[in-house]
Structures are given as structure tokens and as C-alpha cells.
Design a protein around this ligand. Structure first.
Ligand code: GLN
Length: 484
């Protein structure tokens, strides 16, 4: 058996029994990377030497950690999560040579559990995009069909998990960036409740929406990683001081009698027929496992994309003001200070990031603030209330993750609005702050994965994990691997 094909739980088990050493596993992962990375291009930076050194360490540190949840597990990290001493680029020229002097909280937690960093994965610049084509460092490919995109913005992490170039990964999700690439690459992606996971050290895109979460080969692995990264952090005042359960404890519980809301707005005209069919079959499957589908309405869904692109760009325009050639990152000299600012930002940012800074600056400017930003915030409240109302009647909500399977590279790059619509089913979840998971629920005729999204109540990741696991175990989708 090839060690790189192991999932987290299996890898942990063979290490625990002493059958495989962390070094053997790490070497197997880098061998796999050597074999397929040229085709997939999931990574911006590989940390091979550090990883092998760490895995070799037979000293006390490793011994102490040997009972830790991620002992010896090679993980990949989206390159917008700060890693001390390791370049963190956000796939942007402006941060091309930025080496953070500190670890983000999630990285500290992963290290504390003995994980081994394989490398930093590609993304749409500053996590803005749905295809990983907005990266300054090349395009990532979908392992199921390398003429297609892997989704985005966490496309590198999803592709790395799907192609077995790591055991598990972290991504970030502002409007769908964990769930949509997970769906396109046939893996599991979980966006936790806003506030469940610390954002300290996550390079901010839209701070009221951003969350870090796991991208894994199966549902139980997602629960294991979520256990590690969750919890209040004094460095992030938006992280919640709420009890963190053991998310693996619900794995395997039955789902009889659980009510599953099926929002009629999520089965819309123009969506891909094969996706619709796969998702409807998944809902029938869940019914056969004892869950009860209930039709519900989330009436403000159709305003979600518009509201999101005002709020996210407004926050982005403010967050990205710090990249000015003075504080850190790229500087392009100019005749005077303003000229230096302008040249730096002109050269440092790609087209999509510039578009969003301009749009966000406009929606926040005096005279337009009330018409755009404030209105969008009001719509956000209505969207949240849709979910509150629905969750009085149901335990979770099931929808497609995306309206279509992975599209062709280049297909939407000329039309930003088409690209924005790729997140139509995931964005409301961020606006409402609730958790959502995408799991594989089938394949199209030309062998592209389809994702099922399960949405939960605030801080109720347990229920969606329970449903996701029950479904997963009744199917074989998660066992299929792309041929590379
Ligand atoms: N695709 C969406 C955007 O471009 C979501 C990105 C994300 O979740 N980071 O903003």
C-alpha cells in the first residue's frame, strides 16, 4: 500500500502501532509530491527540509508528542495563514518575500499536536476568487481533470488533499473558499461557525466573514482537525469563549428523526442537471437513513451574492490599506511618498484585488455608504433571520455546494460576475455566520466530483458532522481517487 493514500485516522493508527514512522510517512508524501506536483501545482512553497528534519527527530520532543492528535501527520496550509520563519505570500506579489515573525494560532495548535508542515498551498490572491486563477504564482489544476480549475480560493489545499500530496490541510472560507474547492476536488471541507476558530495570524480579507477550517479526505478527519484548531484565543476577540466539545464523539451516531431543511431557493433554474440529480439522490439516501427532509424557504437567498460583494469588498479595502510599501512587503520606489504608494500597489496587486479595493472604497465613501454598505448590512440581517427561522423547524439544512461541477481553466476569468456566481450556495452561510460542510455526493458522467453542503445552527458543528459521516459511510464516493 502507498502510505500517501492514508487518511488522517489511518495514518495516526499505523504510527501509533509503530508500523510506520513519521519519517517514512513524510518521505512518502514528498515522493508523491515529486511525482504529481508538476501536473497539479498545489503548492507555493514546500518545506521539505524542515519537514524531514522534524520527522527524523528521535529526541524527547517527539516522544512527548507521540500521544498527540496529529503526531507525525504531514499537513498542508493555505498560504494566507502565517507561519513563523516560513514565507507567507497570500499568492500576491506584494507579500512575495514576506516571512512572518510569528505563528498564527492555528499553526501553534497544529504544532502543539505534533503535526509536520509539508508546505504552503496556492490560493487566489488574498483569497479573492473561486478558481485559484487569481494567484501571482501560477494556476493550480484540478486533480480529476487538469484542464479544469480546482475551485478557490483554497484551491491549492483542496487539490493537495485530493491528489494525496498531504494527509490533511487547512483552508480559509470567506464566501465559500473551503467548501467550493472541496466540492470540486472530491474531498471534505468544513467552514466552522464564525468565532469557533481563532483568526489570529490569518491574513485578513473580510474580517467579519473569514474563518479557518479543515480540508480532509473524510468526515472523521475533519472532526479530528476541528478539535485541534477550535477554541477561544485572547489574541482574537471575535473568537468565542464557548465550550468546545469533542467533535469526534458524534461520529457514528445515528441520524434517525433529524429534520433536514431543503431550501427551494437552492434548486434553481440553470443549475447543472447532474449536480441537481446527485444532490437529490443524496437527500433520498439521508431519508433512507432515517432523516426527515422538509421543504423550507430562505427567501433572501437571491440577495446574498450582491450583499456579500459589497460587504466583503468594503472590508477588504480597509484591510488591504496596510500594504502601502511602508510597513511590510513589496516597495517600489517613487519620486515622493504618494508616488511610492501608487507604484507599490500598482505592481504588487493583481487585477481582481485592485477591482475589489476600488469597489470597496467606493461603497464606503461618504454619500454612498448609506446606499451600499449600510443597505448590504441590513440585507445581511435578513439573511441571518432566514436561517434563524428555518432552524426553529429543522436540525440542519442540505443543499448543493455549487451549481455546477469544476469548470474549465480560463472559462470565467474574463467575466468576474460569472466567477462571483460560483459561490451562490455558499455565501449566505458566511453572511449568517453558521457552520457548513461540503462532502462528496457523486460524480458527473465525465468523472467530476459533486459536493453536498450541510449547514448547521451556530456552534452546532456536531450535528452536521454526524449527518455528513452517516451519509459518507453509506456511500463509496470518498474512496475514489483521481488518476494522475
Ligand atoms: N469566491 C469568493 C470571493 O471571491 C469567496 C472567497 C473566499 O471564501 N475567500 O470572495
Amino acid at each position: 500500500m502507498d502510505l500517501y493514500t492514508l487518511n488522517l485516522e489511518e495514518a495516526r493508527a499505523v504510527i501509533d502501532k509503530g508500523e510506520v514512522s513519521p519519517l517514512e510517512l513524510t518521505e512518502a508524501i514528498f515522493k508523491r509530491i515529486e511525482a504529481v506536483e508538476d501536473k497539479v501545482k498545489a503548492y507555493v512553497t514546500l518545506t521539505r527540509d524542515q519537514a524531514l528534519n522534524q520527522a527524523k527527530d528521535p529526541g524527547n520532543r517527539m516522544k512527548e508528542e507521540s500521544k498527540a492528535a496529529l503526531f507525525g501527520i504531514p499537513v498542508a496550509i493555505k498560504d494566507n495563514i502565517c507561519t513563523e520563519g516560513i514565507r507567507t505570500t497570500c499568492s500576491s506579489k506584494i507579500l512575495e518575500n514576506f516571512i512572518p515573525p510569528y505563528d498564527s494560532t492555528v499553526i501553534k495548535k497544529l504544532k502543539g499536536q505534533g503535526s509536520i508542515l509539508v508546505g504552503k498551498t496556492n490560493l487566489d490572491e488574498f483569497a479573492m476568487g473561486s478558481s485559484t486563477e487569481n494567484s501571482a504564482f501560477g494556476h493550480t489544476r484540478n486533480p480529476w481533470d487538469i484542464t479544469r480549475i480546482p475551485g478557490g480560493s483554497s484551491g491549492g489545499s483542496a487539490a493537495a488533499v485530493s491528489a494525496d500530496m498531504c494527509i490533511a490541510a487547512l483552508g480559509s472560507d470567506t464566501g465559500g473558499s473551503i467548501r467550493q474547492p472541496a466540492a470540486f476536488c472530491g474531498v471534505v471541507g468544513l467552514k466552522p461557525t464564525y468565532g469557533r476558530v481563532s483568526r489570529y495570524g490569518l491574513v485578513a480579507f473580510a474580517s467579519s466573514l473569514d474563518q479557518i477550517g479543515p480540508i480532509t479526505k473524510n468526515v472523521k478527519d475533519a472532526a479530528i482537525l476541528l478539535n485541534v484548531i477550535s477554541g477561544h484565543d485572547p489574541n482574537d476577540s471575535t473568537s468565542a469563549g464557548i465550550y468546545v466539545p469533542d467533535f469526534t464523539s458524534v461520529i457514528g451516531q445515528d441520524i434517525k428523526g433529524l429534520k433536514l431543511g431543503v431550501p427551494k431557493e437552492y434548486f434553481m433554474e440553470g443549475m447543472d442537471r447532474e449536480v441537481e440529480e446527485a444532490v437529490k439522490n443524496a437527500i433520498s439516501k439521508l431519508e433512507s437513513l432515517g432523516a426527515i427532509p422538509v421543504e423550507i424557504s430562505l427567501p433572501h437567498t437571491r440577495y446574498a451574492v450582491a450583499a456579500y460583494y459589497i460587504l466583503a469588498t468594503s472590508e477588504a479595502s480597509s484591510n488591504l490599506a496596510r500594504y502601502d510599501g511602508v510597513k511590510y512587503g513589496l516597495r517600489v520606489e517613487g519620486q515622493d511618498l504618494v508616488d511610492m504608494y501608487m507604484k507599490t500597489r500598482e505592481k504588487g496587486f493583481g487585477a481582481e484585488v485592485k477591482r475589489r479595493i476600488i469597489l470597496g472604497t467606493y461603497t464606503l465613501s461618504s454619500g454612498y455608504y448609506d446606499a451600499y454598505y449600510k443597505k448590504a448590512q441590513q440585507v445581511r440581517t435578513l439573511i441571518k433571520q432566514d436561517f434563524d427561522r428555518a432552524f426553529k423547524k429543522v436540525d440542519a439544512i442540505v443543499t448543493p455546494t455549487t451549481p455546477s461541477p469544476a469548470f474549465k481553466a480560463g472559462e470565467k476569468t474574463e467575466d468576474p460576475l460569472q466567477m462571483y456566481l460560483a459561490d451562490i450556495f455558499t455565501i449566505s452561510v458566511n453572511l449568517a455566520g453558521v457552520p457548513g460542510i461540503s462532502i462528496p455526493c457523486g460524480f458527473t458522467l465525465n468523472n467530476l466530483p459533486v459536493g453536498l453542503q450541510i449547514i448547521g445552527k451556530h456552534f452546532d458543528e456536531e450535528t452536521i458532522l454526524k449527518i455528513a459521516y452517516a451519509y459518507e459511510q453509506s456511500t463509496d464516493w470518498h474512496k475514489r481517487k483521481p488518476k494522475l
